[in-house]
Design a protein. Sequence first.
Length: 315
Amino acid sequence: MSRCRKLLYSLALVAPIAQAESVAATSETSDKAWWLSTHESMSHTVGEWSNGLDEFFSGQRHDSVSDSVVSMRFGSIIEGNDGVSGFFNLDARLHLPNTENRLDLIIESDADELTQDNRLYDNAPGQTILQSAQNTRFATMLRYFKEEWNANIDMGLLVEMPVDPFVRITFNQDMALGKWGIRQEESLFSYYTLGYGARYGVKALRQLSPDYQFGADFGVTYLEVEAETFWRENIFLNQRVSDKSKLRYQFSYLQEGGVPHAESFLYFVEYQRLLYDNWLIGQLKPQMTYERENEYKSEFSLTASLEVLLGPNFL
């Protein structure tokens, strides 16, 4: 019976993506006209907001096509303990070119999650899409690019009462080592109520062929409030299946402590496909997770989601 229930849940998750692709392939229907016109209107609005903010901060009118983008991602998660739950994410980058390409307005979801190095899932299970939208703590910030330092400086607020001001500075260094591309990243951040911390990360990528890319990354984060250090290693392979679809295979190993000890590990396969033009994306992600607190017993989860990209470049 439980197997039948899981099968029905899986079909329920896959159905929206299959239906979206079917709708995208059908021409000239009233439903298609409705969602296309809605996307067009919202994308124009993103461009107008971006140009208006650019004029406000620079004092100059910017009438060329903006490369600002807003991402809305929502979907469902099947997880052994919580059954079927939902999630909603909203992220944005409004580019302000008349500020000499030094300022962007950024909106981030789950901004009170200070690091990704201790996260097992992209989104927390156990709530509906509406609850996720209501409970998500957004950050609104201005990002200043300091070219001489190759650094981004973020200053903003966690938007929830009481608001929580923060500052974050990130340095990047890119280099080549034979056929490998290497990027180092160092971050320092301080929040009024969540405390301060620091992170170091390094990522290595190698193009094996036109369709395959191998990579590995390492990250370590220290959080002052929790007085804890989190370590994470990822190994992954990206595969280009076609012009519209791609796969990612990843293994992750998570540790904690000043002297790191094993906390959990996981692996997943992530499938992404463009369902319509360049702005409607479907995703399926089956994952196996093994946690120390659960005696490393296997836990299966399946995430199905749709992502909508808004902005002048998606018209």
